[in-house]
Design a protein around this ligand. Structure first.
Ligand SMILES: Nc1ncnc2c1ncn2[C@@H]1O[C@H](COP(=O)(O)OP(=O)(O)O)[C@@H](O)[C@H]1O
Ligand SMILES: [Mg+2]
Length: 300
């Protein structure tokens, strides 16, 4: 695996106030990496430091193996960036704005701009000052995507988009990945990160708390099984099973709500020794796992 973004001990203080502390990050080629954390966690600080808009207080980083400070021009040529605090030149139309940036990049992006504008239903000929928040965000997205960069760095890209456009945009990110390109996606919205990301890093209080695949996070989510028996079962025999971490008898004891960590197989086999009236399962909610990282300092 090739690391597209790599940081070692990357740290940014604003005076005494921490922005991000001791960040060791590795984003791999061809993945969608979700950078998830609540407001104030340090996501935008990280991104601005990666792109040399801020100088690190200490630590270092590379993108494409190039130094984030010294080689920023070469990095930006190959990167598309959507800032969290998008500011646009209000008096231009979207088309003029995008052409201006395409010229700075010395690339002809007209075909892609047209395709992207069609896809996102963006009117290119209205002055930017007359556009809604969502449409302004689309201009920023087209600007990040139009030169087909190898790496996209997107700071809360779906803010302001309506649900339909959000879906369209997430579909587009998946296409970008299929082409072998890399996406670094910061967000505080769990479902969208869960939907598209291969791996997720969770930031909290200016620290990267954990990094893992979405699949692995799902594995941490405990499923529950509710079984109703024809006669009252012995809850202790279920509690003794290795994969059962909780037993909650209900309904006068004929129903057991079991919390499962691991395989459900032995639970089913034990239940089948008696007459079962009904059984239902609920898979673990990823949200509960993520929330535990947000709120519980010992979750790691
Ligand atoms: N320009 C700044 N001056 C002082 N503190 C800042 C500045 N920008 C961000 N911070 C602080 O740095 C921390 C991380 O902020 P930020 O990177 O914007 O978080 P996020 O993007 O995850 O919401 C917060 O505590 C924030 O208040
Ligand atoms: Mg931010």
């Amino acid at each position: 695996m090739v690391a597209v973004i790599e940081t070692v001990g990357l740290t940014k203080f604003y005076g005494d106030a921490p922005g991000i502390i001791d960040l060791d990050l590795e984003v791999r080629e061809g993945e969608i990496f979700g950078f998830l954390g609540p407001n104030g966690a340090g996501k935008s600080t990280t991104i601005r430091t990666l792109l040399n808009f801020l100088l690190p207080t200490r630590g270092s980083g590379t993108i494409f193996g190039l130094d984030i400070h010294r080689d920023t021009v070469a990095i930006k040529r190959r990167t598309g960036y959507l800032p969290g605090d998008l500011s646009l030149y209000d008096r231009m139309t979207a088309r003029e704005f995008l052409l201006y940036f395409a010229n700075l990049r010395k690339v002809d992006t007209r075909t892609h701009v047209r395709e992207l504008a069609d896809r996102f239903q963006l009117d290119l000929d209205r002055p930017i000052k007359n556009l809604s928040t969502g449409n302004r965000q689309k201009v920023g997205l087209v600007n990040a995507l139009m030169h087909e960069p190898e790496l996209l760095i997107l700071d809360e890209p779906t803010s302001g988009l309506d649900p339909l456009m959000r879906q369209e945009f997430l579909d587009l990110l998946e296409e970008v990945r299929e082409e072998g390109r890399t996406v670094f996606l910061s967000s505080h919205i769990l479902p969208e990160v869960e939907r598209v990301a291969d791996r997720v890093g969770i930031v909290r209080d200016q620290h990267l708390v954990t990094v893992d695949s979405v699949e692995a996070f799902k594995g941490l989510a405990n499923a529950t099984v509710t079984i109703r028996f024809a006669s009252i079962p012995d809850p202790r025999s279920f509690a003794a099973l290795e994969s059962v971490i909780g037993v909650d008898p209900r309904n006068g004891g004929d129903t057991l709500v079991l919390t499962i960590d691991g395989t459900i197989d032995e639970v089913i086999k034990m239940a089948a020794e008696q007459e079962v009236l009904s059984i239902s399962t609920r898979s673990g909610e990823l949200e509960e796992v993520f929330l535990s990282y947000y709120t519980d300092a010992d979750a790691q």
